[in-house]
Design a binder for this molecule. Structure first.
Ligand code: FE
Length: 276
């Protein structure tokens, strides 16, 4: 094998979701509906409270995982299990919705910068109805690697230079890392053959691929990826995971394998039995 080439560049699209929250949607509509097992990637980044103050009031999920990663500001969540918490800057919440969660995600601030990401990661058919589970990580719980060239790598999931990420034991064996590269810095990372992978630029530009803030590079096959920062450096989120190769039936916050299972989810939600 060898280096994974960029086979597609996707520009994030402006969308509004929740109660009027302005987002950049990278995966989940338009140019990239999904990138198996990744179902959605949203970036929320604004210092205008009108863009985020409404947050995401009570809504359900079934059949996948949501991963929230904050870089500035904080979000508070409350859910149907009675659990609640605050995700602050640098923190991560890895939520396995499984058979069902109803929760709210609201900004814990009324001014200033709010900057964060939400990834939706699909679950295999035999885990879609598993019990809901939360894993919460404070910034200091996210392992970090410093390379000799000054690159700083935060490892939410997966492994870099022998250092394991905060989250493990996920069936699709995901890699989720946040890389800050110095000007002209070069980052290489091995990726399992057969896994889906992509990188999303959140600051600066990458060399060679006309990739800048707000754009994602989808990689082809190979056993490693290489990312080169432009003259002002770059910050990039890099993802990889084993594709499920299962049918996807998708309706808003429910992602199942068949239309019947979606109808069941809607029924369960309306009956008040979604969360089991
Ligand atoms: Fe949610």
């Amino acid at each position: 094998m060898g280096k994974r080439e960029v086979i597609k560049v996707v520009k994030g699209q402006a969308v509004s979701d929740g109660d009027g929250v302005q987002l950049t949607r990278v995966i989940g509509n338009g140019e990239l509906k999904e990138h198996d097992p990744f179902l959605l990637l949203d970036e929320m980044r604004s210092d205008n409270p009108g863009d985020y103050i409404g947050g995401f009031p009570d809504h359900p999920h079934r059949g996948f995982e949501t991963v929230s990663y904050m870089l500035a500001g904080s979000m508070e969540h409350h859910d149907s299990t009675g659990e609640s918490g605050i995700i602050g800057a640098g923190g991560v919440q890895w939520m396995t919705a499984g058979r069902g969660v109803i929760h709210s995600e609201l900004p814990k601030q009324d001014k200033g910068l709010l900057w964060g990401f939400q990834l939706w990661l699909n679950l295999p058919a035999d885990e879609k109805m598993s019990p809901a589970r939360y894993r919460n990580f404070a910034p200091e719980d996210i392992p970090q690697v410093l390379r000799d060239d000054g690159a700083i790598i935060k490892i939410i999931a997966g492994e870099v230079d022998g250092v394991k990420g905060a989250v493990s034991g996920i069936s699709t064996d995901p890699l989720y890392i946040d890389i800050a590269l110095p000007p002209h810095g070069l980052f290489t990372q091995s990726v399992n053959i057969g896994h889906s992978s992509f990188a999303y630029v959140i600051e600066g530009t990458l060399e060679g691929e006309n990739l800048q803030k707000g754009s994602a590079a989808v990689f082809g096959e190979g056993d490693f990826i290489e990312i080169g920062a432009g003259a002002s450096g770059a910050r990039v989120l890099v993802f990889a995971a084993r594709p499920l190769n299962e049918p996807i039936a998708r309706y808003g916050p429910f992602v199942m394998n068949t239309k019947e299972e979606i109808q069941q989810a809607i029924k369960d939600y309306n009956n008040g039995t979604l969360t089991g």
